[in-house]
Design a binder for this molecule. Structure first.
Ligand code: 5GP
Ligand code: ZN
Length: 116
C-alpha cells in the first residue's frame, strides 16, 4: 500500500533498525521505545489490523507469534516479555498495518493497563 508507513519500511523507502526478516515478515525496533526492548513484528503483506485479518493470513500470523520468543531472547528479554496488538479506534491503533509489539527488558513491566 503506497501511503502506509510500514509498507514503506518493508520495501526500504523508510529506513528501520531490523531485528529479523524473511520472505513473509519483518521485525524492527520501535522508533519510540517504551521499554529497553521494544520491537515490532509485521507481515510484509499489507493487512490493516487484527480486526480485518482473514483466514488466509493465519499461517503468517502463526509464524510471527512463533518467532516472538526467539527474537525477544536475542534482544535481551530472557525472562519474558509482553505482546501487544493495538487494534482499531478502541485499541488506540496508530499505524494501520498489523503489528505485534514485543516489549520487555531486564525488569518487570508495569501492570497491563496503565491509567492515563
Ligand atoms: P500502534 O499505536 O499503531 O500500535 O503503534 C505504532 C508504533 O509504530 C508506535 O509505537 C510508533 O512509535 C511506531 N512507529 C511509528 N512510525 C514509525 C517509524 O517510522 N519507524 C519505526 N521504527 N516505528 C514507528
Ligand atoms: Zn502497509
Amino acid at each position: 500500500m503506497t501511503d502506509c508507513i510500514f509498507c514503506k519500511i518493508v520495501d526500504g523507502r523508510i529506513p528501520s533498525k531490523k531485528v529479523y526478516e524473511d520472505a513473509d515478515m519483518l521485525a524492527f525496533h520501535d522508533i519510540n521505545p517504551v521499554a529497553p526492548v521494544h520491537f515490532m513484528i509485521i507481515p510484509k503483506k499489507h493487512v490493516d489490523s487484527l480486526a480485518t485479518v482473514g483466514e488466509e493470513d493465519a499461517p503468517v500470523l502463526g509464524r510471527m507469534m512463533a518467532m516472538a520468543g526467539r527474537l525477544a531472547r536475542e534482544q535481551g528479554s530472557t525472562e519474558g516479555f509482553r505482546t501487544i496488538v493495538n487494534t482499531g479506534r478502541i485499541g488506540r491503533q496508530d499505524v494501520y498495518h498489523l503489528h505485534i509489539h514485543i516489549i520487555g527488558g531486564p525488569d518487570p513491566l508495569p501492570r497491563m493497563i496503565v491509567q492515563e
